[in-house]
Design a protein around this ligand. Structure first.
Ligand SMILES: Nc1ncnc2c1ncn2[C@@H]1O[C@H](COP(=O)(O)OP(=O)(O)O)[C@@H](O)[C@H]1O
Ligand SMILES: NC(=O)c1ccc[n+]([C@@H]2O[C@H](COP(=O)(O)O)[C@@H](O)[C@H]2O)c1
Length: 199
């Protein structure tokens, strides 16, 4: 059995979830773990001196639980997929390949998680695109006025700097490209990686 972990990182609204879901549909025996599902409850997230909730930091996330889920997949991919409603496809060829797609805005900022990736992608979009996409998205709790400009964007710059100082081998993707282009490019790249590793 072969196990491969692909990281789809990127800025908020870069298109991580969209790309990850499509890849899961295209890659047999794959499953997605989303960092967004590990945010702490609002009552546990402190506010800064201006009153902005500090959501854009690893401290706002249950990274221990996220790592626990990834560990469960590593131990038993089939069991994990069944319990997470990911389709399991019997394969004629051996060894079977299982792919875990881990997506999120801070996946490359958590050192223990970083060490697990076989391939890392990072979706980036310009500020204007980010502002436009984010303004039509409703988070729980919703963004207060000025949240992107005063808190989210500066935190993005800070987190990105830390990522670039510590992580190698990231493939940067232009998140303004058409969905279909991004999906086919990354799908082909992953398939190539799977073939190379098989040889
Ligand atoms: N390649 C793309 N081109 C245009 N819009 C996109 C693209 N990918 C995603 N979107 C849109 O951008 C918004 C954020 O996408 P999403 O995948 O949820 O981003 P993320 O998971 O990175 O926050 C959604 O409205 C989505 O439909
Ligand atoms: N899911 C939540 O509980 C929640 C709450 C408030 C803000 N957020 C925002 O989620 C963003 C990260 O997720 P996306 O990459 O999907 O946009 C962060 O910029 C953060 O400000 C999430």
């Amino acid at each position: 059995m072969r196990k491969v972990i692909v990281g789809i990182g990127g800025m908020t609204n870069g298109g991580k979830t969209t790309l990850s879901k499509s890849l899961q549909e295209l890659l047999p025996n794959s499953c997605v773990i989303s960092q967004d599902n590990f945010f702490k409850d609002d009552s546990e997230v402190p506010a800064d001196i201006r009153g902005f909730k500090e959501y854009d930091t690893l401290d706002a996330l249950h990274m221990d639980r996220m790592m626990g889920d990834i560990g469960s997949w590593q131990e038993d991919p089939v069991g994990f997929m069944i319990s997470h409603s990911c389709p399991v496809k019997p394969t004629a060829s051996e060894p079977s390949v299982f792919v875990l797609i881990v997506e999120g805005f801070l996946i490359f900022n958590h050192r223990p998680l970083n060490a697990l990736f076989d391939k890392k992608y990072f979706l980036q979009i310009p500020y204007e695109t980010c502002k436009e996409r984010r303004s039509s998205r409703v988070y729980v709790p919703p963004d207060p006025p000025g949240y992107l400009d005063s808190y989210v964007w500066p935190m993005y710059l800070k987190n990105r700097k830390a990522m670039e100082e510590t992580v190698d081998d990231i493939v940067f993707l232009d998140g303004t490209l058409k969905r279909e282009t991004l999906i086919s490019t990354v799908f082909a790249d992953i398939q190539e990686m799977l073939l190379v590793r098989q040889r």
